[in-house]
Design a protein around this ligand. Structure first.
Ligand code: RIB
Ligand code: CA
Length: 314
């Protein structure tokens, strides 16, 4: 039986890669995509989610549009300098024929989990606003959720949106603090691992050689992403952010996990910083009583890249 997942996403070049990776993995069944602002405005992310499903030949999978801004603060604006003005590497594809369903993403997430209580995993690839809204609307939702696995945060490494914070958490720290407090298994695939899982120029060149529509689309998107990372790293490599959630679901043996409660700084210059508890915390600290989060702290990067490319190649 494939594992049921629903993907909350802000597509986004690396979101596209993660969505295709999931769709091309028979071990997973994608129940739907829910959209959020982040790499682009929410309307654009919804159009992209529909496009990606059409490219993958899965227009039957529903898309539900979600939040247009964080819970309690303003949206700082799209990451078009990374993902292009259209969120898809400035490829400006025509819109898909399908339309989003008329249900808010938060309600869609609730309905997806409750359609098979205990067996549905939420995979979150963008700011956590929709997931937090679902938890606020249904405080008992964690009791029925198999796992929440999210790309976001930085436990022991610097941020990428600021020295303190990773972009998804920076975009809605209040929502992230709610999600890290959920009483179900929560797995944080943050920069501790995603900044160390890298596709090389040779890896990236392979997408164009795979004869399927998803890989061909990635080959069109990747030059934009690659040029951003060349500016950052000075080498033709990319960091594999969002796909790491899927690698965790398929190959948990590739990761080292540390189980600790996580709190999020919601204000000030460290806004969006994810703080794991440490052993010397006072008993009455702000971490007290919070559930342990599975923080991915190390990974077998070359193997994670190999298994992902294998999914695109088949
Ligand atoms: O920090 C990386 C994350 O920010 C990824 O999810 C990327 O798609 C952007 O949303
Ligand atoms: Ca993303």
């Amino acid at each position: 039986m494939p594992r049921k997942i629903v993907i909350d996403t802000d597509p986004g070049i690396d979101d596209a890669m993660a969505i295709f990776y999931a769709l091309r993995s028979p071990e997973l069944e994608v129940l739907g995509l829910t959209t959020v602002y982040g790499n682009a405005h929410t309307e654009t992310c919804t159009i992209n989610a529909l496009r990606l499903l059409e490219i993958a030949g899965r227009p039957d999978i529903p898309v539900a549009e979600g939040a247009h801004r964080p819970l309690v603060s303003r949206f700082h604006g799209p990451a078009d300098f990374v993902h292009g003005k259209d969120g898809q590497g400035d490829t400006f594809l025509p819109p898909a024929a399908a339309k989003p369903v008329g249900v808010h993403a938060a309600q869609f997430l609730i309905d997806a989990v409750m359609s098979d209580p205990g067996n549905v995993t939420i995979v979150a690839l963008g700011p956590l606003t929709n997931v937090a809204m679902a938890l606020l609307l249904r405080p008992d939702l964690p009791a029925y959720t198999r796992e929440i696995v999210l790309m976001g945060g930085n436990a022991y490494v610097p941020g990428n949106a600021s020295p303190a914070a990773e972009a998804n958490i920076f975009n809605d720290p209040a929502a992230a603090d709610i999600v890290f407090g959920a009483a179900c298994p929560v797995t944080m695939a943050g920069l501790d691992v995603t900044s160390r899982i890298r596709m090389t120029a040779d890896d990236l060149d392979r997408f164009a050689t795979f004869p399927n529509a998803e890989s061909q689309h990635m080959a069109r998107l990747l030059p934009c992403y690659r040029s951003f990372y060349y500016g950052q790293l000075g080498v033709h490599e990319i960091l594999v952010h969002d796909s790491t959630t899927i690698s965790w679901l398929l190959h948990p043996e590739l990761f080292t996990v540390e189980a600790r409660p996580v709190r999020v700084e919601t204000e000030g210059i460290s806004r969006g910083k994810t703080w794991p508890a440490n052993k010397s915390s006072r008993p009455d600290s702000d971490w007290e009583g919070r559930p342990a989060v599975n923080i991915l702290v190390a990974a077998n990067g070359p193997e994670a890249v190999r298994v992902e490319l294998e999914a695109f190649a088949r």
